[in-house]
Ligand binder design. Structure first.
Ligand SMILES: C[S@@+](CC[C@H](N)C(=O)[O-])C[C@H]1O[C@@H](n2cnc3c(N)ncnc32)[C@H](O)[C@@H]1O
Length: 226
């Protein structure tokens, strides 16, 4: 995996740079901060507070290093919420790379150890990370992903549209959002006119939420009941 290299972001957490895509896996203004703010706080915590949920299912587009999963698992463990997490990843990272992220420092040792121990086994099947938390990683492209499950939350963490425009088309968004429950929440770090128009046309109410460090706004969208 010569096209991958680590670098430090502004909050001291690491990210990966993919030289084939020309893009980082996280915001250079803080990988940890972005993951906490965009996905855990604005997506997961938002729906837990809104709907007073005790069980939650999350679908992530672009599983990558698993940082969003680790922080979500920690949040759910701390709040006694049952988590069922599915990641979609077209180019899965080797576990040796995951081990070098140093993300162990952001979660309790048990979550990190169970994640590392079960990362390979989670490919295509659900594995227990703790009594309250299950993980499955679908090694497929978004457009090839299918599931009988409907999810409460979508974390849309694709590479930016400037680098991977095909992930942000109406077709791709429509495919991902077909797996979201009515009333479910879609969050992503980006917000553009095209994205807002596409999400509205898919039957979502859209909201400009405050962005992560270095970004004024991000998109949160709720799937309306037709
Ligand atoms: C911005 S990074 C995601 C970072 C990740 N959430 C993390 O915390 O490390 C985008 C991810 O999307 C993956 N990807 C690229 N094309 C994809 C596709 N067609 N379907 C699913 N995943 C894809 C990349 O391999 C990469 O892991």
């Amino acid at each position: 995996m010569n096209h991958l290299s680590f670098s430090f972001t502004s909050d001291g957490s690491k990210t990966l740079f993919n030289s084939e895509v020309g893009e980082h896996y996280h915001s250079q203004n803080g990988a940890l901060q972005e993951s906490q703010h965009v996905f855990v706080k604005s997506g997961l915590d938002f729906i837990i507070q809104k709907d007073q949920k005790k069980t939650i299912s999350i679908l992530e587009v672009g599983f990558g290093t698993g940082l969003n999963f680790l922080l979500s698992a920690d949040y759910c463990e701390s709040n006694s919420i049952k988590l069922s997490y599915t990641g979609i990843e077209a180019f899965p990272l080797e576990s040796e790379i995951i081990s070098q992220t140093s993300y162990h420092q952001y979660v309790p040792p048990s979550i990190w150890q169970q994640f590392i121990a079960n990362y390979k086994d989670a490919a295509g099947k659900s594995v227990e990370i703790s009594n309250n938390c299950k993980l499955e990683i679908s090694h497929s492209k978004l457009m090839d992903f299918s599931s009988k499950n409907q999810f409460d939350v979508i974390y849309f963490d694709a590479f930016a549209a400037a680098y991977q425009p095909e992930m942000w088309t109406l077709n791709s968004l429509s495919h991902a959002c077909a797996f979201l429950k009515e009333g479910g929440v879609f969050v992503t770090y980006a917000i553009t006119g095209d994205l807002k128009r596409n999400m509205k046309s898919l039957g979502f109410s859209i909201e400009k939420a405050p962005g992560a460090a270095g970004k004024r706004e991000m998109l949160r969208a709720i799937k309306l009941i037709p």
